[in-house]
Write a protein that binds this ligand. Structure first.
Ligand code: ADP
Ligand code: ZN
Length: 216
């Protein structure tokens, strides 16, 4: 199964993708995680990427498309992949068509107020990338990852000003891509209307729909 998980920043893409990864054995390609690794490097590419990410802007298409191609070469098994954070522009969507066939779009619909609420209290494990929320999805011990014991940190782009920019970029540049897929690819749409919905509830729903489509 090759899927794209689609939704605004903070809509839960990373959380769901990693859970689906353990359920289905697929690879997850998380563009944001890849760029956070690249921007740590003191190289021309690292500095360039850092400039975009820290302002909440999109990394340029040429860089993104190359990074995706490289990553797809390293796919570990034949069970397929979930793309998280790609494509974010029409140009990226078109480039993907040349490389792989997409079987399903997992669309996350989440109102803006929930996104802002979640992102501003989000924490990430520095070691394994697991995602927590100090208000809604707490680790068992403050500041410590349940899975690996690593330290939790706050992403530098999870601050109110940059969050606003990221939501705007999503609405202007990324959300219109959905039109591109509507005709040809089945959608599984998950909508959340309150902050208490547990990830497992959403995952069960997605699994049920994937089975209907014979993709799980
Ligand atoms: P979010 O939680 O905002 O969805 P991600 O972790 O997926 O964030 O991505 C963080 C940042 O990395 C984005 O704001 C953007 O600067 C950059 N980025 C990630 N994926 C892409 C992409 N496909 N095209 C351009 N920039 C990207
Ligand atoms: Zn961890």
């Amino acid at each position: 199964m090759n899927a794209i998980i689609f939704g605004a920043p903070g809509s839960g893409k990373g959380t769901y993708a990693s859970r689906l990864q353990s359920r289905l054995g697929v690879d997850v390609i998380a563009m944001g995680d890849i760029f956070r690794e690249i921007l740590k490097e003191d190289t021309p590419l690292g500095r360039k990427v850092k400039g975009y990410v820290e302002k909440g802007l999109l990394v340029s298409d040429d860089i993104v498309i190359n990074v995706l191609k490289e990553r797809l070469k390293k796919i570990s098994n034949g069970k397929g992949f979930i793309l998280d954070g790609y494509p974010r522009t029409i140009k990226q969507a078109k480039a993907l068509e040349e490389i792989a066939k997409i079987d399903v779009i997992l669309l996350q619909m989440v109102p803006d107020w929930i996104i802002i609420e979640r992102l501003s209290s989000r924490r990430i494990c520095r070691n394994c990338g697991a995602v927590y929320n100090i208000r809604y999805l707490k680790p068992k011990v403050d500041g410590v990852c349940d899975k690996c014991g690593g330290p939790l940190y706050q992403r530098s782009d999870d601050n109110p000003e940059v969050i606003k920019k990221r939501i705007q970029v999503y609405q202007e540049q990324t959300s219109p891509i959905l039109q591109h897929y509507k005709k040809n690819v089945p959608f599984i749409v998950s909508s959340i209307t309150d902050l208490e919905t547990k990830p497992e509830t959403v995952i069960e729903e997605i699994m049920k729909e994937l089975k209907k489509l014979k993709l799980a």
